[in-house]
Design a protein around this ligand. Structure first.
Ligand code: NAD
Length: 297
C-alpha cells in the first residue's frame, strides 16, 4: 500500500508554527495583518476568501476584507490596493483571482507592493524565485514542497514531471524543483496541453505533480511503480451528493494508489497546505516589514 501523504496533518503543523511566529511578533508589538480584496460575485471566490479570513483568525492574524462591485471601474481596485499598500497594519495583500474581464490582471498584480505580495505573483517576486532568492514562494507549490519535506521524499537527482504550466502552480512548482536547494535538485520536465506523449514522460517519473485541472485523467497505468504522486487538482464533478457535486483531483486515486509509493488524497492533500502557506507568508511579510527576524523560507 502506498504512503498516504496527509496534507491536513502537515498543514496543522504549519499553522502551529505560524501561531508561534505570531507570538514572536506580538512580543515586538506587531500584529500581522492580511487584507483580502474580492472583486467578483463568483461563489467559489467568495468561499475561498471567507476561508482565508477564518484561517487568519484561528492563528491570530488580523483579517481585513474589502469587497468591490464586480462592475465597478478598474480604478476602484487600483485605489483600494494603493490604500492597502500604505496601511501600516496591513502586511499582506491578496487580490482574489480571477478579476473581471474589464480589469487587466497583470496590472493588478504589479500594483501590489512586492513586500506585501503574499501570493508571490508580482513580477519582482516571480523574478526572485527564478533567481533562487525567493521572497514569497507562491502558496500552492510552496505547500507541495513542505509536504515533500515532511514525508522525506527525495527530490535530489529525482526525475520529476510537473503536469501543467500555469503561473500559479506549474511554473513556480518547476522552478522550485530545479533550484539548487533542499527539496530541489530534481531533473524536472514540465508537461502541458501541447505535450505529445504524456504517458511516456510519466512512465519514467519518480515524482509526479499533477496540476492540469482535468478530473482524474492520470490513472495508475500511467504511473511509474513506486513514484510519489502529488495531486494539485481540485475539480468539481457532478455527483449524487447534497451539493450535487463532489471534488476530485487530476489523478484517478483508486488506480494510482495501487502503484504509487506515496500519494496525496483529494481533498486533504495539497488544498490545506495552500491555505496554511498563505498564513506563513503573511507572518513572514510582517517580520520583514517590521524588522523581526523569524527565519522563514
Ligand atoms: P490552469 O487551467 O491555469 O492550468 C492548467 C494547465 O494544465 C495548463 O498549463 C495546461 O497547459 C495544462 N494542461 C491542460 N491539458 C493538459 C493535458 N491534457 N496534458 C497536460 N497538461 C495539460 O490551472 P491551475 O490554476 O494551474 O490549476 C490546476 C488545477 O489545480 C485545477 O484543478 C485547480 O482547481 C487546482 N488548484 C488547486 C490548488 C490547491 O490548493 N490544491 C491551488 C490552485 C489550483
Amino acid at each position: 500500500d502506498p504512503e498516504i501523504i496527509d496534507g491536513n496533518a502537515v498543514a496543522a503543523d504549519v499553522r502551529e508554527a505560524v501561531a508561534g511566529h505570531v507570538e514572536t511578533l506580538a512580543a515586538a508589538d506587531v500584529t500581522p495583518g492580511l487584507a483580502t480584496v474580492l472583486m467578483s460575485e463568483d461563489p467559489a471566490s467568495e468561499t475561498y476568501v471567507s476561508m482565508k479570513q477564518r484561517d487568519c483568525e484561528e492563528v491570530g492574524i488580523d483579517g481585513i476584507h474589502v469587497e468591490i462591485d464586480a462592475d465597478a471601474p478598474a480604478s476602484e481596485l487600483y485605489d483600494t490596493i494603493d490604500d492597502l499598500n500604505e496601511r501600516e497594519d496591513v502586511h499582506g495583500i491578496l487580490v482574489q483571482l480571477p478579476v473581471p474581464d474589464h480589469v487587466d490582471k497583470r496590472s493588478v498584480l504589479r500594483q501590489v507592493d512586492p513586500e506585501k505580495d503574499v501570493d508571490g505573483f508580482h513580477p519582482e517576486n516571480v523574478g526572485r524565485l527564478v533567481a533562487g532568492d525567493a521572497r514569497f514562494k507562491p502558496c500552492t507549490p510552496h505547500g507541495v514542497q513542505k509536504l515533500l519535506d515532511a514525508y522525506d521524499v527525495e527530490t535530489e537527482g529525482a526525475d520529476a514531471v510537473v503536469v501543467g504550466r500555469s503561473d500559479i502552480v506549474g511554473k513556480p512548482m518547476a522552478n522550485l524543483l530545479i533550484q539548487k536547494s533542499p527539496v530541489g535538485n530534481a531533473t524536472t520536465t514540465v508537461c502541458h496541453s501541447r505535450t505529445e506523449d504524456l504517458d511516456e514522460k510519466l512512465g519514467d517519473a519518480d515524482l509526479v505533480i499533477a496540476a492540469a485541472g482535468i478530473p482524474e485523467f492520470i490513472d495508475g497505468s500511467m504511473i511509474n511503480p513506486g513514484a510519489t504522486v502529488i495531486d494539485v487538482g481540485i475539480n468539481r464533478v457532478d455527483a449524487d451528493t447534497d451539493k450535487g457535486y463532489e471534488l476530485v483531483g487530476d489523478v484517478d486515486y483508486d488506480s494510482a494508489s495501487k502503484v504509487a509509493g506515496a500519494i496525496t488524497p483529494v481533498p486533504g492533500g495539497v488544498g490545506p497546505m495552500t491555505r496554511a502557506m498563505l498564513l506563513y507568508n503573511t507572518v513572514k511579510a510582517a517580520g520583514l516589514q517590521r524588522g523581526v527576524d523569524l527565519d522563514l523560507d
